[in-house]
Design a protein around this ligand. Structure first.
Ligand code: C5P
Length: 230
């Protein structure tokens, strides 16, 4: 089974809390740059006090000391999972893992799903990079540096799972119901397919946030994600 993480891609903490009032079964929420910048750490405390597991998705990519301090601050806030960029390098990932302790899982962003091969090759200044192999390479590097797992696109789950083994966290955005609009997500999968392929956490935003009945939409994803495995 996989957990369903509701991406609180909203600009107002009040709107986030109102939405959560309608979703009593939610266990995991994702707070990204938008909501964190708008509302700050008080909202994280409010969410944690409601018993929610908070995934703080700020995708840190900085010098090791700065990232380790940020991880320490997230840990003190009671955050359950947070992201760093694997391209931040081994020393940075090791520093993040070392600062996380036992209750905060640090997962590494491999190749942003907004990259295609051409834009990634341009960003890293290398020709002939194969994106799928690059994701696997960075995932292996993340595991070697002590991270709990990675964030990847639906199509990358199976090879990453084979490479990292059974214990790694694999966090996957781009989850859609069969009748949902993909929006700007290009590579999408159903919750059932992603869970079947080996994802541990499914990130779902607009299909729940924009649903006429968010609670029913959430329950649908939960049922799909949980009917796999245990
Ligand atoms: O609305 P939707 O379900 O597409 O939201 C997906 C969430 O996952 C958004 O918060 C987005 O920023 C995040 N995300 C993503 N692709 C990544 C990493 C994070 O879509 N590679």
């Amino acid at each position: 089974m996989a957990e369903v993480i509701v991406a609180l891609d909203l600009t107002s903490g009040l709107d986030a809390v109102r939405l959560l009032d309608r979703l009593p079964d939610v266990r995991w929420v994702k707070v990204g740059s938008i909501l964190m910048t708008a509302e700050g750490p008080d909202l994280i405390r409010v969410l944690a006090d409601r018993g929610l597991r908070v995934f703080l998705d700020l995708k840190w990519h900085d010098i090791p000391n700065t990232v380790a301090e940020a991880v320490g601050a997230a840990r003190a806030l009671g955050v359950a999972m947070a992201t760093v960029h694997t391209l931040g390098g081994a020393a940075m990932m090791q520093a993040a893992a070392g600062a996380a302790g036992d209750h905060l899982a640090i997962v590494g962003v491999t190749v942003l799903t907004s990259h295609d091969a051409a834009s990634y090759r341009r960003a890293v200044g290398r020709t002939g990079v194969d994106l799928a192999r690059e994701v696997e390479r960075l995932a292996a590097e993340a595991a070697e540096c002590g991270l709990a797992g990675v964030v990847c696109a639906p199509g990358e789950i199976a090879p990453v799972r084979r490479r990292l083994g059974p214990d790694a966290a694999i966090v996957v955005p781009g989850i859609r119901g069969r009748s949902d609009a993909p929006g700007d997500q290009v590579r999408v999968a159903t919750a059932a397919a992603a869970a079947e392929a080996g994802a541990t956490h499914l990130v779902v935003g607009r299909p729940i946030l924009l649903a006429a009945d968010p609670a029913a939409a959430f329950r649908g994803f939960l049922e799909e994600a949980r009917c796999i495995g245990s």
